[in-house]
Design a protein around this ligand. Structure first.
Ligand code: ATP
Ligand code: MG
Length: 356
């Protein structure tokens, strides 16, 4: 088998609630080419009583992968943001070995279960002068900011198992928080707020100079909007979903009260994150808001957030650095921001490859 799988191909898999999305990139002469892509609608939900969920998911993944025939067997996969925890903690400057101990100790405050059941990783994201400490002539005036990331080990194992069932191997697993930041902001200077609205959940990520600083998740998404449309207009869910996808403007119409509760919930959480960030970092500002996920395609949703947050909001384009055949333009445009996570994952592969 050696040599059969090519090193310059990178595969990302996003296990979304409503669909699995897969993308493969090829790095060729410093350019990122779209090698392969695909998605499969799940059409079944993970509910408490559904013991067959894992089995079904594996069957769907296998079907999709068999059809796509990716060039590489190593994959980058994500876990939903809400299944993990991201927190920014400050420590006085200390040696790396001491830091490891200190962080594990500190992590206990954030993680409700035993640390044995949690997989933890961390990164130094910045050093800053602590003015208060300096005034008091303390020796350790420098503080370091650590981004702590924790995820339950059993979840990690579960995703590895899904991937294995499709004869693929997990190269790395990360919270989708980081995939979003990579594909939508990358190393753009400035501070951006990403709002990914999917089927079931919404993930809000504050990214400063390319580094994730805050992540909050709320239970609000496209499914709730569809339910509300169906209920209020007294139509089937299928019909409600179709209306949404046909581009009917619910936001700027007499029916705005149907979709606004969900959007207001998200906007209010975003406002809270922004105001906390400004309080902690005086003089700072948010340069832009970037929408992602399938619900970013809801008609008028960018204008809604521009007004609600008072910050210019755009629909994110995770494809902007990818080269693809012109004939694919319509489809790429159609899927657009739904592929932010999958592309961010494949881009992680590219980053690791370039570094090695
Ligand atoms: N053109 C469109 N207009 C409005 N909504 C859309 C459009 N296309 C897709 N959606 C909605 O996007 C949602 C799916 O988004 P996405 O694929 O990002 O979710 P997911 O990743 O499967 O779910 P989650 O991230 O919550 O696990 C669905 O609720 C769907 O109705
Ligand atoms: Mg998603």
């Amino acid at each position: 088998m050696f040599g059969l799988f090519k090193k310059n191909y990178f595969l990302g898999i996003d296990f979304g609630t409503s669909s699995i999305k897969v993308v493969e990139l090829k790095l060729h002469k410093q350019r990122l080419n779209l090698s392969n892509y695909g998605w499969i609608k799940l059409g079944f939900a993970q509910s408490a009583g559904d013991f067959d969920y894992d089995k079904k998911l594996k069957a769907y993944l296998q079907a999709l992968v068999n059809k796509m025939e990716p060039k590489t067997e190593s994959v980058y996969v994500s876990m939903p943001s809400f299944s993990g925890l991201v927190s920014l903690i400050e420590f006085p400057d200390m040696k790396k070995e001491e830091l490891d101990q200190a962080i594990r100790f500190e992590a206990r405050k954030y993680v409700p279960t035993s640390l044995d059941e949690i997989s933890i990783s961390w990164d130094i994201v910045s050093k800053k002068d602590d003015k208060a400490a300096k005034k008091s002539k303390s020796k350790t005036s420098e503080k370091i900011q650590i981004l702590l990331v924790a995820a339950p080990k059993d979840k990690v194992i579960k995703y590895e198992d899904f991937v294995k069932s499709a004869d693929l191997k997990v190269k790395a697993i990360e919270l989708e928080t980081f995939s979003l930041a990579r594909s939508l902001v990358g190393d753009d200077a400035g501070t951006f707020l990403i709002i990914d609205i999917g089927f079931r959940a919404c993930s809000i990520v504050l990214v400063e100079k390319g580094v994730v600083k805050v992540n909050r998740n709320i239970d609000a998404g496209g499914n709730e909007i569809t339910d509300s449309i169906a209920e209020n207009l007294n139509i089937s869910k299928k019909r409600a979903e179709d209306l949404k996808k046909q581009g009917k403007d619910f936001i700027n119409s007499r029916e705005s009260s149907i979709v606004l509760p969900t959007l207001d919930l998200i906007a209010n959480e975003a406002l809270r994150i922004i105001s906390t960030y400004k309080e902690k970092n005086s003089g700072s500002r948010i340069d832009g808001v970037v929408l992602s996920g399938g619900t970013a395609k809801l008609k008028g949703v960018d204008d809604y957030f521009s007004k609600a947050l008072g910050i210019k909001t755009i629909i994110g384009d995770p494809w902007k650095k990818i080269v693809y055949d012109e004939s694919l333009s319509p489809i790429v445009k159609k899927v657009g921001p739904s592929f932010s996570v999958a592309l961010g994952l494949a881009l992680k592969g590219v980053e690791e490859y370039k570094r090695s």
